[in-house]
Design a protein around this ligand. Sequence first.
Ligand SMILES: Cc1cc2nc3c(=O)[nH]c(=O)nc-3n(C[C@H](O)[C@H](O)[C@H](O)COP(=O)(O)O)c2cc1C
Length: 193
Amino acid sequence: MNTLCIISGSIRPNALTRRIALHLHQQLVARNSYQISNVDLASFEFPIWKEVFQNDPDPPRHCRKLHSELAASDAFLLVSPEYNGSYSLAIKNLIDYYEPNLFSRKAIGIATVSTGRLGGIRSALQLQQLCLAIYAVPVPQMLLVPDAHRRFDDNGQLLDESFSKQVTHFLEEFLWYGHALYQARTNLPVGLP
Ligand SMILES: Cc1cc2nc3c(=O)[nH]c(=O)nc-3n(C[C@H](O)[C@H](O)[C@H](O)COP(=O)(O)O)c2cc1C
């Protein structure tokens, strides 16, 4: 497994979600083994789709670029805020826009972010379902970040050191599934699709 993609799924200015995506990025960079692409859905004008990418004769350039980035990724980290008991519209828009085979048979680690006490558990559980719908494999270990404003600063640094164990465990599980599925995809016995 070479290329990981971290998707930060809040488009709010000063999103807390970005802090956690940044922290996960820093932790993965420290492992020195992966190429990492960061997709911050706030950083570009991603249109609410009216037609899916593959049916659009002339998709915007940045959408084509992102398509290539997603296709080249071996596994994903999906970081979402919880809004009204669910994940962000920006994430659903992205997933519905592109074809499922960009994600299928790849590991997706789910991290959710909330200023409340439950860490976005409802959005996390719904994201597991979304992953299954696109034939991806949601990593069973999720990272729920309650009281996110107190746990990470703007630069993605942990303010609450006691939380680092959970981050490490989450990333280890994510990498395990990422590698296992990558191996399975690339070393299939002849005859299997
Ligand atoms: C429209 C809206 C709905 C929200 N709904 C929830 C919710 O259902 N559960 C929760 O724990 N927090 C909820 N919150 C609080 C968010 O967890 C908090 O605003 C967090 O900072 C959102 O992440 P973001 O800063 O990355 O956008 C909601 C916030 C907004 C703006």
